[in-house]
Design a protein. Structure first.
Length: 219
């Protein structure tokens, strides 16, 4: 591992191990998810000035009024997607941001596609992901409310920004047995898990959350 990846001081292995301990303390139990969280160096994805805070369990600013998601929320959403399954299969992420969650998804998925509406963020994500060995994430500049119809169906869909209602296009693009996890709401948001089965869709409402809004169009 090169020195930028290994980290020193506030980005060292020990600091990273403490983040995993905090995830356990907050209730993340799936060892596969914890291992994936431990494998991704979050400091690579945050601005250099904030790298000493990379392993705190908080969201951090990444520019363009967007944030890198809180590690607990990344772990929780992925745990919900993975529960009872071997892996995430073919995965779509909506809202790449700096690429952090895409890197975690890459540890657990057969294929990862991630879409982002802000072009410069995609460039940033591409640069960050190139530093992570063995990660294959395909990125696209598009409005993720429409999903990626040309590559559907997906076994797992994860949305990193809150929608007022569940985009019907994303439901359509779920494989049979597939799962979609997303924050729903405006000022008050909750995490929703939707599963597709032969009878249709079942929704489970999980905990209250706080995400940036899922916005229309691209910029
Ligand atoms: N996955 C990121 C989280 C980034 S924050 C991480 O690992 O930390 C959410 C991202 O969703 C922002 O970058 C925002 O620009 C993006 N976003 C919002 N609406 C979107 C849309 N309709 N399509 C694609 N991306 C969107």
């Amino acid at each position: 591992m090169n020195s930028a990846l290994a980290g020193i001081g506030m980005t060292s292995q020990r600091t990273r191990a403490r983040m995993i301990d905090r995830l356990r303390a907050k209730g993340i139990v799936n060892e596969t998810v914890l291992a994936a969280m431990a494998a991704v160096p979050r400091h690579v994805f945050v601005e250099e000035a904030l790298s000493s805070r990379a392993y705190e369990d908080t969201a951090l600013p990444l520019g363009f009024s967007q944030t890198i998601s809180q590690p607990y929320i990344v772990a929780r959403m992925i745990e919900v997607l993975l529960s009872g399954r071997e892996g995430l299969g073919k995965t779509l992420e909506v809202g790449t941001g700096c690429g952090y969650q895409a890197a975690v998804l890459g540890q657990l998925s057969r294929e990862v596609y991630s879409v982002e509406r802000i072009q410069p963020l995609l460039g940033l994500a591409r640069k960050n992901l190139a530093l992570i060995p063995g990660i294959q994430v395909r990125l696209k500049h598009t409005d993720g409310r429409m999903g990626l119809p040309e590559l559907a169906p997906f076994d797992s869909i994860i949305v990193a920004a809150a929608a007022g209602r569940v985009p019907p296009e994303l439901l359509q693009q779920l494989a049979m047995g597939g799962r979609l996890v997303l924050p729903v709401g405006g000022n008050e948001q909750y995490l929703s898990l939707i599963e597709r089965n032969s009878q249709g869709f079942t929704e489970s409402r999980l905990e209250a959350v706080r995400f940036v809004p899922l916005l229309p169009g691209v910029e």
